[in-house]
Design a binder for this molecule. Structure first.
Ligand SMILES: Cc1cc2nc3c(=O)[nH]c(=O)nc-3n(C[C@H](O)[C@H](O)[C@H](O)COP(=O)(O)O)c2cc1C
Length: 211
């Protein structure tokens, strides 16, 4: 049957953040102190993460100089920490384009009320409160078409998980126990109820039952 042309309306959303996990990027400033940035633009394939990182932030400068970073995934109750970070930059002076909205903050962890935790393979600290944390090495930074962002390809070299989200007796994440903070159209959500799984799941009780 042909789609009903009246079934959708044309919209003009001012952002295209359709709902992706929010995360916190840990990096190292030139003076050796840690920086922390809220972000949500990413995808993963195999051990590679591709992050969308704004070109005028301190994080982009830090990554270009020191490729060891952490990518930390807050669960839903941590959403206020992202609000606390949302108008702060580790860059001094604040770039002109951000001057009306952002303030320089050298202690992002303190401002966010989060705790730095030493990493094992990179200099950048992890975020202790995040139940899922990746240590990663940036392998390539590609300027985006607009010049306003980089596509940052980072190889995850170590993953850390709080035992509460690990299936006992395995070293795998228990999908039902993990509640990433979802960022959609500038609002934060917990993830919803489970509706299904793939045949390739190693955690499912049986293959998916579909028509
Ligand atoms: C929920 C949320 C999502 C964000 N997503 C991104 C993102 O995907 N990439 C990015 O570069 N900045 C993102 N930002 C904005 C950065 O946090 C902001 O540019 C900040 O200045 C970066 O800090 P820095 O200058 O110390 O690196 C996001 C901010 C919030 C609050």
């Amino acid at each position: 049957m042909a789609p009903d042309p009246a079934s959708h309306v044309i919209v003009h959303p001012n952002v295209l953040y359709v709902g992706t996990p929010a995360f916190l990027v840990g990096s190292v400033n030139p003076n050796g102190t840690p920086n922390l940035a809220a972000a949500s633009s990413s995808w993963a394939l195999g051990s590679m993460l591709c992050l969308g990182i704004e070109a005028d932030g301190q994080t982009a400068l830090n990554i270009a100089a020191r490729p060891g970073i952490t990518v930390n995934y807050p669960s839903a109750p941590l959403w206020p920490a992202l609000v606390r970070l949302s108008r702060l930059t580790g860059r001094d002076p604040v770039p002109d384009a951000k001057a009306d909205r952002y303030t320089y903050e050298p202690d992002k962890f303190g401002a966010a009320r989060l705790t730095p935790q030493d990493s094992e393979l990179v200099d950048a600290p992890r975020v202790a409160e995040c139940l899922l944390q990746f240590e990663a090495i940036v392998r390539r930074m590609t300027p985006g078409l607009s010049g306003e962002y980089f596509m940052v390809e980072a190889e995850v070299v170590r993953a850390h998980a709080d035992p509460s989200i690990v299936r006992p007796g395995t070293d795998e994440i228990e999908p039902g126990a993990w509640h990433p903070l979802v960022y959609a159209f500038r609002h934060f959500f917990d993830r919803g109820v489970e509706v299904g799984w793939l045949p390739s799941s190693r955690m499912a009780p049986h293959p998916p039952v579909i028509d």
